[in-house]
Design a protein around this ligand. Structure first.
Ligand code: NDP
Length: 486
């Protein structure tokens, strides 16, 4: 049984390099989704706590943190990554309990977490500007500067990955950060912030404020003394974040939702496509921004490939976090209600149920479990064909030819990722280059791709890029210097 919990000294507010109590004296329970039970508490930060965190970050920029060289910043990030590796099992257990995901997935998330620190630790002293040939008698150069205080609001689905993915490049560039993790799953980010202290990050360089989005999140994103916002979450909250950024004339990156298509042509290799298509919607109970939630399948493959995918889907097991299986519960009762509303709608409107996953008999009665469902053919005007469910629900939609597949894939408001499955290389390229998305996978599929690959959306899926080298550009501003020397 998983009994991982937050250490007592981690109170939810990290300000000036020390854990602090909330000004309001208010706390929020944290709940283990697989158990439906409270297993700790976090501070409910309000405006005064956010003010203190932003002031702490501002002070750090003119203090020890601001004086570090790029190489020294990189060394601190690399050290944090090493500590994450050393404490990997403890972190994985906490992540599994807090998010509900199976322990194997949580372990993979901690491996990715360490890799983010390693990547951005190595990158910190390698971002440099250019010289630009201009008129005779002049010398022109560019340099990359930190924005200053950066605000980071992250969601609850992959907190152990989101923390280093968001603050890693910001710190590498010399910003001082204030993070607001999601109230539904924030235990691992809090321990990671503690690890940053252990690694030697100077006071004020890393600050944390836990609490509700409408209180702490709104206060942080609207704060007049922040210089940039990095947000990952729903498209609706993305609008509030972008509005706040606009009012303060600061930039933001938004990594929002998706309704990503897996386009399967009849010549696709079943050995590749079958397990991957199933995993892409069932991983973390479909609560992945880049989940492959639409299976667009060539009509002629409805009798060949589709039964194989349905068979694999029906083998998927919903399990407790300490068991072997493909998925655990969804994160909260609110999320369970939302997902089950879509399932009810599918049933009420008579959508054919193609396959269902299995529920392990060991599941706790109080956990927020949802049985995975695969429906199809789903009419193109049905909400399941274009709305984000954020649960283990796969919509199967047949297409007639290549042009139809492209039109269908692009026919939602979202544009995060797309997967293309075919043995015809030229077709894969043609289709891939017409996708209105930020990432295209050909004969493979990965949630977000990898630490090194720029990730982000088009359309309602947001703008700006996280991960990879691009993120270092987002967390910095270019200054151009022109020198006359004739
Ligand atoms: P939200 O976008 O509301 O939450 C994401 C983060 O934003 C959380 O830290 C939240 O805080 C915070 N937040 C909420 N409101 C504000 C605000 N006004 N100002 C600043 N910060 C705010 O997502 P939900 O948790 O409500 O999930 C709803 C849906 O969003 C899901 O069903 C899914 O469709 C989508 N989603 C997409 C994600 C992605 O990875 N792209 C991740 C999560 C959700 P808190 O939760 O503590 O209140």
């Amino acid at each position: 049984m998983n009994t991982a919990t937050l250490p007592d000294h981690i109170t939810g507010l990290l300000v000036d390099g020390a854990w602090a109590m909330p000004h309001s004296g208010q706390w929020l329970d944290i709940v283990a989704p697989a158990e439906g039970q409270v297993f700790g508490r976090i501070a409910a930060a309000q405006q005064a706590d956010v003010d203190a965190a932003v002031t702490s970050a501002r002070r750090a920029l003119s203090g020890e943190w601001g004086r570090l060289s790029a190489a020294e910043r990189g060394r601190l990030l690399s050290r944090a990554g090493q500590i994450v590796q050393d404490r990997a099992e403890e972190l994985a257990q906490l992540e599994a309990r807090d998010t509900g995901k199976p322990i194997a997935q949580a372990r993979a998330d901690i491996t990715a977490c360490a890799r983010y620190f390693e990547y951005y630790g190595g990158a910190a002293d390698k971002v440099h500007g250019d010289t630009i040939p201009v008129q005779n008698g002049y010398f022109a150069a560019t340099e990359y500067l930190p924005h200053g205080v950066t605000a980071h609001v992250i969601p609850w689905n992959y907190p152990a990955q989101m923390f280093p993915r968001s603050v890693g490049p910001a710190l590498a560039m010399g910003n001082a950060v204030v993070m607001k993790p999601a109230e539904d799953a924030c235990a691992t980010p809090l321990v990671l912030a503690d690890i940053m202290l252990e690694a030697g990050f100077p006071p004020g360089s890393v600050n944390m404020v836990t609490g509700l989005g409408l209180d702490a999140g709104a206060a942080l994103s609207m704060h007049p003394d922040i210089n940039f916002i990095s947000f990952i979450g729903s498209s609706e909250t993305g609008v509030a974040i972008q509005t706040a950024a606009a009012k303060n004339h600061v930039g933001c990156t938004l990594e929002l939702g998706g309704k990503s298509a897996q386009i399967v042509f009849a010549d696709a290799d079943p050995a590749l496509v079958v397990p991957t298509v199933v995993a892409a919607i069932t991983q973390h109970a479909g609560q992945t921004c880049s989940a492959g939630s639409r299976l667009l399948i060539e009509r002629s493959a409805m009798d060949t490939l589709l039964p194989l995918i349905a068979q694999a889907f029906s083998q998927v097991r919903v399990v407790m976090p300490d068991m072997d299986g493909q998925l655990g519960p969804v994160v909260s009762m609110r999320q369970k209600t939302r997902v089950e509303r879509y399932i009810q709608m599918a049933d009420d409107t008579g959508l054919p149920l193609i396959a269902q996953g299995q529920m392990a008999p060991e599941l706790s009665r109080d956990g927020y479990f949802v049985q995975p469902c695969m429906y199809g053919p789903v009419p193109r005007d049905h909400p399941l064909a274009f709305e984000e469910v954020f649960g283990p629900v796969l919509a199967v939609i047949p297409f007639d030819d290549e042009a139809d597949a492209v039109a269908l894939a692009n026919a939602t408001e979202y544009g995060l990722v797309a997967g293309i499955w075919t043995r015809d290389g030229a077709r894969a390229m043609r289709v891939g280059r017409q996708m209105e998305v930020g990432q295209v996978f050909i004969n493979c599929f990965g949630a977000g791709g990898g630490i090194e690959l720029p990730f982000g959306g088009m359309k309602k899926s947001g703008h700006g890029r996280e991960k990879g080298w691009e993120a270092l550009r987002e967390f910095s501003a270019v200054r151009t210097i022109l020198i006359r020397h004739d």
